[in-house]
Design a protein around this ligand. Structure first.
Ligand code: 13P
Length: 338
């Protein structure tokens, strides 16, 4: 394992004041988002969308890395330049989603396990040759009546650890993403307890698979009440619960933490990340963002598939990236929303 190469990538991704853009929606997820806004769900529309994101002027000032999907890493701009190259020129490190989605866990109703380990060693080699320097694998944990079960947690964290080991073997930094969903009416305390269970299991499995912690990034959920919970906690309470949960469970050695947004509004995601930095100094790991919806959604809605809206949509996208960049430094204010 080339640990220095992994550390260099980690350092580039966690660069001061920057974070990641997840633009790795699978085709079904992308279709779902396009449909809501009335955009045709075609490969060409997905390519056009990803082209104006990757070429948005100034994106590289706030974004250190972008996560691509298999279809996207093979696509090019109108001028025939591969997206990987466009990102590279913008100072953005290209990465790739390598999991094959969360599927029903046999025997465990309402629970999922993520597939994608078969053939992964060869796929990683191919992606590395195409210029990907990091990867992502998302596991999904649902809170509900009697769930998550230990079987579901262990099946997912075992897969995450095997994926992470294969990535490091290939010289690729694994982003390890265990997402406890905000779907449901559970409380912040319930989310905290489940997130803690998942992270304890994850770091045990990573150790068993000899994964070098310095060469991974963790991409977790923030600790939040369920979206249907009658008690919606303050920004400060969310920030404290999240940082306290990670202080108890996440080793100081890891390369960094980059949150997913998970369906929070773009503004709340920025405000909560900001509060973590304002209220908690001397954190053991750098803390940043790796958002998809909380960066893209406002711009996607504005674009609506129309060429005449591209420039404005790019500006909105870059402003969201800048808001999150400020949040990472504890310098975000509502006034920045414009
Ligand atoms: P959201 O920020 O929309 O949750 O997406 C992050 C991500 O990469 C999910 O895998």
């Amino acid at each position: 394992m080339e640990i220095q190469k992994l550390k260099d990538t980690v350092q580039a991704l966690m660069a001061e004041g920057k974070g990641l853009l997840a633009m790795d929606e699978s085709t079904p997820t992308s279709d779902k988002r396009f449909k809501v806004v009335g955009i045709p769900q075609t490969e060409e529309m997905r390519r056009i969308y990803r082209e104006w994101i990757a070429t948005a002027p100034g994106l590289g000032e706030s974004i250190s890395g972008a996560i691509l999907y298999d279809e996207t890493i093979r696509q090019k701009t109108d001028d025939g330049i591969p997206f990987v190259e466009v990102l590279h020129k913008a100072g953005i490190v290209p990465g790739i989603k390598v999991d094959e989605g969360a599927h029903d866990l046999a025997g465990f109703p309402d629970e999922k396990v993520t597939d994608g380990l078969d053939g992964l060693r060869d796929r990683l080699k191919e992606y590395a040759a195409m210029g990907a320097r990091f990867a992502k694998w998302r596991a999904v944990i649902t809170i509900g009546e009697g769930i998550p079960t230990s079987t579901c947690i262990e099946a997912n964290t075992e897969a995450l650890a095997r994926y992470a080991a294969l990535c490091q073997e290939a010289g690729i930094v694994p982003i390890v993403e265990p997402e406890t969903l905000m779907d449901g009416d559970h409380t912040l305390e319930q989310c905290e307890a489940v997130t803690e269970r998942v992270l304890r299991s994850l770091f045990t499995r990573l150790a068993l698979h000899k994964v070098a912690l310095e060469g991974i990034l963790l991409k977790p959920n923030m600790v939040l009440p369920g979206e249907k919970c009658p008690t919606q906690n303050s920004v400060e309470e969310v920030a404290d619960a999240t940082v306290n949960c990670f202080n108890r469970t996440v080793p100081a050695a890891i390369g960094g933490i980059a949150f997913l947004s998970g369906g929070q509004s773009a503004e709340l995601a920025s405000a909560r990340l900001n509060a973590m930095h304002v209220r908690h100094k001397d954190l053991p790991w750098p803390l940043t963002f790796s958002f998809s919806r909380a960066i893209q959604q406002p711009a996607l809605e504005l674009w609506a598939g129309k060429p005449e809206n591209v420039e404005k949509a790019q500006q909105v996208l870059v402003r969201r990236a800048k808001c999150n960049s400020a949040a990472r430094l504890g310098q975000y204010t509502e006034a920045m929303e414009g």
